[in-house]
Ligand binder design. Structure first.
Ligand code: FPP
Length: 217
C-alpha cells in the first residue's frame, strides 16, 4: 500500500494524514474486491522492516490498525468477510493481539472473501519460521515444497494470482516471496490513498489480459 507518505507530502500534510487516507482506501478496496470475484485479498500493512521508522509513525500505524479493526469488524462480518492475519503478529502489543485474534475467531466461518492483513510480516522471516518448523517435525528427506508450504502463515490459502504495487515501485519488498512465484505483477503510478474501486477494476482487467504459463509453454 505504497505512497501514503508521498500523498501527504504533496498536500503539505503530516505523514499520518497519508496513512489515514490509506485506511479510507483500504475500506473502498475491501468493499469492492468481493464484487470483482476476488476470493483472497492480502494487504501488506506493516512489514518486519517497518520497525525502523520513527517510533511516532509506528505508533500511528498501530493506532490506525486498532481503530480500523474496531470500527469495521461488524461491517466485515455482515459482509461475509473472513479476517486473518499473517506475519509475526503475536509480537505486537498484547491488547492488539487479543483484538486481532478475537476478530479472526468471530469471522472464521465467513466465506464471501478472505481478507488477510500482513502484520510484522516479512517473506524471508516467514520462510525461516516454516523451515524451522519442518526441521523440528520431519526428517530431512521428507522436507519438500509441500511440507514447507503447509507451514507458511498462508497455509491453506491459494497462491496469489496478482500482486499490485502502487506508487510506481517496482520491487517485491519481502512480500509473499514464496507464494508469489508465479503471480502476475501490475505496477500502477497511482498512490495508495488514491486507489479505489475503479482502479481495482482496471487492475483486474489488466490481469485478465495476461497469458499465464506457469513455466510451461
Ligand atoms: C506505505 O506507504 C504504507 C505503510 C507502510 C503502511 C500502510 C498502513 C495503512 C494504510 C494503515 C493500517 C492498515 C490497515 C489494514 C487498516 P509509505 O509510508 O511507505 O509511503 P511513501 O512510500 O510515499 O513514503
Amino acid at each position: 500500500m505504497d505512497g501514503n507518505g508521498r500523498w501527504a507530502k504533496a498536500r503539505h500534510l503530516p505523514r499520518v494524514a497519508g496513512h489515514r487516507a490509506g485506511v479510507e482506501a483500504v475500506r473502498r478496496v475491501v468493499e469492492a474486491a468481493p464484487d470483482l470475484g476476488i476470493e483472497v485479498l492480502t494487504l501488506y500493512a506493516f512489514s518486519s522492516e517497518n520497525w525502523k521508522r520513527p517510533a511516532d509513525e509506528v505508533g500511528d500505524l498501530m493506532g490506525l490498525l486498532r481503530h480500523y479493526i474496531r470500527s469495521e469488524i461488524d461491517e466485515l462480518h455482515r459482509n461475509g468477510i473472513r479476517l486473518i492475519f499473517i506475519g509475526n503478529y503475536k509480537a505486537l502489543k498484547p491488547d492488539l493481539v487479543t483484538l486481532l485474534e478475537t476478530s479472526a475467531e468471530r469471522t472464521r466461518d465467513n466465506s464471501r472473501m478472505t481478507l488477510a492483513i500482513a502484520l510484522n510480516y516479512g517473506g524471508q522471516d516467514e520462510i525461516v519460521r516454516a523451515a524451522r518448523a519442518c526441521a523440528a517435525e520431519l526428517p530431512a528427506d521428507q522436507i519438500d515444497a509441500a511440507a514447507l508450504e503447509a507451514r507458511l502463515d498462508t497455509a491453506g490459502l491459494p497462491a496469489p494470482d496478482l500482486v499490485v504495487r502502487t506508487s510506481g515501485e517496482q520491487r517485491l519488498s519481502n512480500f509473499l516471496l514464496w507464494q508469489a512465484a508465479y503471480a502476475e505483477f501490475v505496477v500502477t503510478d497511482r498512490l495508495w490513498p488514491d486507489f479505489d474501486r475503479a482502479a481495482l477494476t482496471e487492475t483486474v482487467a489488466e490481469f485478465s489480459q495476461r497469458e499465464r504459463r506457469f513455466g510451461g509453454r
